[in-house]
Design a binder for this molecule. Structure first.
Ligand code: CA
Length: 229
């Protein structure tokens, strides 16, 4: 489920957009201030940001710039200014598309869908990830070790994919929870340990001495950089 962050100070507009987006199967989080929105973006890494231009706390353009300095999260700008210059400036800072107010929420949903489709095409990860004798087929959602097919739950698969996509990178429990389930609540980080335990039981030759998924004490987990078959 794709996660959409709405940064917009008109609360009625947020409500309408939220309702349309949720009906279309998206998960929605929102902020009414630019600075708060940026903080939410950093914490949740949404799949797309709907960003108002005029915001209290931090201007929409500055929010877009800050996001762009770090990641290429697709940004759909909402603008009440009809002047083309503003729209162009919005696109120059890295917004991917814009909608001028007033707009139909259906139009916004259609733009969101189109943007996500477009950017998904650009960012499709390696279709098959190989590490030692492990083979993860991203599109088929299947995992093999040697000749053996390993049955994983969707949560376990997402966890493995997240970790194995960036070998050596340490992920916190909260990050993994979010990657695996699309949402993470502080205080529930430890549930990830149970998922990792199950994943290791299925994946590892000796779950007590894991070769693929390493524990980083006090931090979280990482996929081994060079696992031995
Ligand atoms: Ca506004």
């Amino acid at each position: 489920m794709a996660k959409i962050l709405i940064i917009e100070d008109e609360i009625e507009l947020v409500k309408v957009l939220r309702s349309y987006l949720e009906q279309s199967g998206y998960q929605v989080i929102d902020a009414q201030r630019g600075d708060k929105g940026l903080a939410l973006w950093e914490r949740h890494h949404p799949d797309l940001v709907i960003l108002d231009l005029n915001l209290p706390g931090m201007d929409g353009l500055d929010v877009a710039r800050s996001i762009r300095q770090k990641e290429d999260t697709p940004i759909l700008m909402l603008t009440a200014r009809v002047e083309e210059t503003d729209q162009i400036v919005g696109l120059e800072v890295g917004a991917d598309d814009y909608v001028t107010k007033p707009f139909s929420p259906k139009v916004v949903v259609a733009r969101v869908r189109a943007l996500l489709r477009r950017t998904a095409g650009e960012r499709t990860p390696e279709p098959v990830i190989r590490a030692a004798d492990l083979e993860i087929d991203v599109n088929a959602h299947s995992v093999r070790r040697g000749e053996r097919e390993i049955e994983l739950t969707p949560t376990e698969f997402n966890l493995l994919l997240t970790l194995a996509s960036q070998p050596g990178r340490v992920f916190s429990r909260l990050q993994l929870l979010e990657a695996a389930q699309g949402v993470a609540y502080e205080g529930y980080e430890r549930t990830i340990d149970a998922h990792i335990k199950n994943l290791r039981a299925k994946l590892e030759k000796d779950p007590k001495h894991p070769q693929y998924i390493e524990t980083v004490f006090g931090v979280g987990y990482r996929f081994a950089r060079d696992p031995e078959a």
